[in-house]
Design a protein around this ligand. Structure first.
Ligand code: ASP
Ligand code: MG
Length: 408
């Protein structure tokens, strides 16, 4: 049993939908049971959101979900028609029809349960089942949506509920790469990557899959594969568990980066209990997400406190710190830089190998790139650098860690 999820570009026109139909027919002919999950046609969700905003500058969330969920209702019907035209048995379902029950957090709902009985019965009767991604229904019968890119999560959740053998995510790239090929032409497609690495790569700005779908797949042990819907052949990238023996034996799997970082430093803060909270409390109350945080060792009773925020929220955060925090806590001043970027090396192999950090720092030093901040987790080392060195940093790190070569 295979769940195949097709993104917006894969169903962007009747021609492309016919391509999807051909692939589904091929798998069906091989004897698989197939559930197809689809997104709206590319651009459609944006169009619907823009329409809603013409009625209400801040659309009512319940009504917005009513509107944006329609994109997927169109594609499931079209895909089913295509399959029937090909001589297959096919049936489409909205999220509510399945039913996919979610909480009531409109525009960012979470799936609570999936009633898979109808799907199973249809599959047993030889149907290809086509399910609308991105949508569900709450316990009061309201239509909900799962957040942008949410069809990935629908695909994974259905695969989990059915205990499918594999969830295949068809998209416009042919897999997960060691880094963005637009920055490093030598970037390679990975045959496999672990869930943990994929989560780091996704949260660090590599946008192949919705992060929540990767979390879901990891939690429910769904075998996930990212593939191109525009190529006939190719195994894509398998997202899997470390135990699996097929894993490539590389120490580092990829270089992720994020251009949208801004750095803020509160200088000369009193080194005493409660200061971190007094600095970051007002920032989080204003709903500004804080990423990397560094506090230095205090000297002479005072210290510096630095952190990063999304570039879009830089002005807001600076304003709060200068006007609400600085005098209140007796800090010397607040300085910031919104032309910074974050570069990370990611790999589960770091757990069992030493010297990764020093190699990373040496590589950057050899290019004269100054490291402004450093943070680490078990499987990742991130640095904040001047934005203008981002491409250079990604290129030299990609080379230094031999990512342009197939691992032995
Ligand atoms: N159509 C929705 C969106 O554009 C969901 C998806 O494509 O995954 O975000
Ligand atoms: Mg998508």
């Amino acid at each position: 049993m295979i769940v195949q999820k097709y993104g917006g570009t894969s169903v962007g026109s009747p021609e492309r939908i016919k391509n999807v139909v051909r692939r589904v027919a091929k798998y069906k002919a091989q004897g698989h049971q197939i559930v197809v999950v689809v997104s709206a046609m590319s651009g459609e969700t944006n169009r619907l959101i823009a329409l809603a905003k013409e009625m209400q500058a801040q659309p009512d969330p319940r009504e917005l979900d009513m509107v944006v969920s329609t994109g997927e209702q169109v594609t499931v019907g079209l895909v089913s028609m295509g399959l029937i035209q090909e001589g297959l048995k096919a049936k489409s379902y909205t999220g509510a029809q399945v039913k996919i029950t979610t909480d009531s957090a409109f525009t960012k709902a979470r799936i609570l349960s999936i009633d898979e009985q109808n799907i199973r019965a249809d599959l047993a009767n030889g149907y290809v089942v086509v399910v609308a991604g991105f949508q569900g229904i709450d316990k009061d019968g309201n239509i909900t949506t799962l957040g942008r890119g949410g069809s990935d999560t629908t695909g994974v959740a259905i695969a989990a509920a059915l205990h499918a053998d594999e969830c295949q995510i068809y998209t416009d790239v042919d897999g997960v790469y060691t880094t963005d090929p637009r920055v490093v032409p030598e970037a390679r497609r990975l045959k496999s990557i672990t869930f943990e690495e994929m989560l780091e790569m996704a949260s660090l700005g590599s946008k192949v899959l919705q992060i929540r779908s990767v979390e879901f797949a990891g939690k429910y042990k769904v075998k996930l594969r990212v593939l191109s819907s525009f190529e006939e052949e190719g195994d894509g990238t398998l997202i899997t568990f470390e135990e699996d023996d097929k894993m490539e034996q590389a120490i580092i799997s990829g270089i992720a980066f994020n251009r949208d970082e801004a750095k803020i430093t509160v200088r000369g803060v009193p080194d005493k209990p409660g200061i971190a909270y007094q600095i970051l409390g007002p920032v989080s109350e204003a709903n500004v997400d804080v990423d990397m945080i560094i506090q230095n060792v205090g000297v002479d009773g005072s210290t510096d406190f630095s952190f990063t925020v999304h570039r879009n929220e830089f002005d807001k955060a600076m304003d709060i710190l200068k006007n609400k925090v600085q005098n209140h806590i007796g800090a010397r001043d607040v300085v910031g830089d919104n032309k910074t970027a974050k570069v990370s090396v990611v790999g589960v192999g770091m757990r069992s190998h030493v010297g990764i950090a020093s190699k990373m720092f040496r590589t950057l030093a050899e290019e004269g790139i100054n490291i402004q901040m450093i943070s680490t987790s078990e499987i990742k080392i991130s640095v904040v650098i001047d934005e203008k060195y981002l491409e250079l940093a990604v290129r030299v790190l990609h080379k230094a860690f031999d990512l342009d070569q197939e691992p032995a």
